[in-house]
Design a protein around this ligand. Structure first.
Ligand code: PGA
Length: 253
């Protein structure tokens, strides 16, 4: 069985004053069937990791470099992320693909480095609105999946997040049929590449305007194992009901 995962992506939000949100979540959620992860900005990882010590809440990073160390001003390595107390890293988010011209090949190199360092990777994929309107969604998703995912991907070290670019931060959540189609396609492509046993264990998250009001509906879609949540993960009062909806989905309620 795939464990559910509710992952919060704080993006470039948050200072020390916001650690209280993480402390609240750590106190509130401890369902073994449902993992909860917060990926704060790199500056907060170490303090956040200290905040969640002794709880089930996990801390992750939002990006890493593909090299173990070196002359890369401003970058952080997978080993540094581990050292700061995080166990996960988001890779290939569409904002990084756009803002920093990250290619799937670079995302794959980063993922390989992250796996070498023992991090769990959350590899993000998603089509733009022009992609979808031109009927290219599955082609784009297929290319991004094949290009970004390393051969060493397994259920215990890799999570795939489907995040339509047009749904991120827009308030326009994808239609359940659209999510079901892409998640079914992802599972099929993973099965083709890695075999049924491995593919059945890789978790597929949906991301893009997940809110308390729409979370239960999204979690009822087949092959949705959780969510990658941006805006609504910044406050415990909005992330907590999303986590609760996932806990209920895990319990079959
Ligand atoms: P959003 O962001 O929930 O604010 O739409 C999701 C994401 O980019 O991971």
């Amino acid at each position: 069985m795939r464990r559910k995962l509710a992952a919060g992506n704080w993006k470039m939000h948050g200072t020390g004053a916001d650690l209280a949100e993480i402390a609240t979540l750590a106190r509130t959620h401890a369902d073994p069937a449902c993992e909860v992860l917060i990926c704060p900005p790199a500056t907060l990882i170490e303090r956040a990791a200290r905040e969640v010590r002794g709880s089930a809440l996990m801390i992750g990073a939002q990006d890493c470099h593909s090299a173990p160390e070196g002359a890369h001003t401003g970058d952080i390595s997978p080993a540094m992320i581990r050292d700061a107390g995080a166990g996960h890293v988001i890779l290939g988010h569409s904002e990084r693909r756009q803002d920093h011209a990250e290619t799937s090949a670079l995302v794959r190199a980063k993922a390989m480095a992250a796996l070498d360092a023992g991090l769990v990777t959350i590899i993000c994929l998603g089509e733009t609105l022009p992609d979808r309107e031109s009927g290219a969604t599955l082609d784009i998703i297929g290319q991004q999946l094949a290009g970004s995912t390393p051969d060493a991907a397994r259920g215990e070290n890799t999570v795939i997040a489907y995040e339509p670019v047009w749904a991120i931060g827009s308030g326009h959540v994808a239609h359940p049929d659209q999510i079901a189609e892409v998640h079914g396609f992802l599972r099929e492509r993973l099965t083709h590449r890695f075999g049924t046993g491995v593919a059945a264990m890789i978790r597929l998250l949906y991301g893009g305007s997940v809110k308390p009001a729409n979370a239960a509906g999204i979690f009822a879609i087949p092959d949705v194992d959780g969510a990658l949540v941006g805006g609504a993960s910044l406050r415990a009062e909005s992330f907590s009901p999303i986590i609760s909806a996932l806990e209920q989905a895990a319990a079959g309620i």
